[in-house]
Design a protein around this ligand. Structure first.
Ligand SMILES: [Zn+2]
Length: 111
């Protein structure tokens, strides 16, 4: 799945490809970029994706302070359902995805 209609699109260098993770993380990404934009308005992300079930955000030459913000939101992705954004947990076997109970039940798998 690819997220579209994100806020702060100018912060994503690769925006034409969309973002390779579920739309449940849209708010997370919007909040993260809001927070970073306040401190480092020039910063750009080079890649954002789901890896082993959780969010990974890559940027080039980010200041130390920005790494702290990114880590905070990557951490939040461990408990945010990637499908719908409700509180969830990392689940799976062979595949890892963060899902809330409802989405896990539905077998919502495709990232
Ligand atoms: Zn869900």
């Amino acid at each position: 799945m690819i997220i579209k209609d994100l806020k702060n699109q100018e912060m994503y260098e690769f925006v034409n490809w969309g973002i390779e993770c579920g739309s449940g993380w849209k708010d997370l990404l919007d909040n993260m970029t809001d927070e970073i934009k306040k401190v480092f308005p020039e910063m750009k992300f080079t890649q954002i994706k789901e890896k082993f079930g959780t969010l990974r955000a890559y940027c080039c030459s980010a200041p130390e302070e920005a790494h702290g913000i990114i880590e905070k939101y990557e951490e939040l992705s461990h408990t945010t359902c990637e499908a719908c954004g409700k509180p969830g947990r990392l689940c799976g076997g062979g595949w890892y995805k963060v899902r809330c109970e409802d989405c896990e039940e539905l077998g919502w798998r495709d990232g």
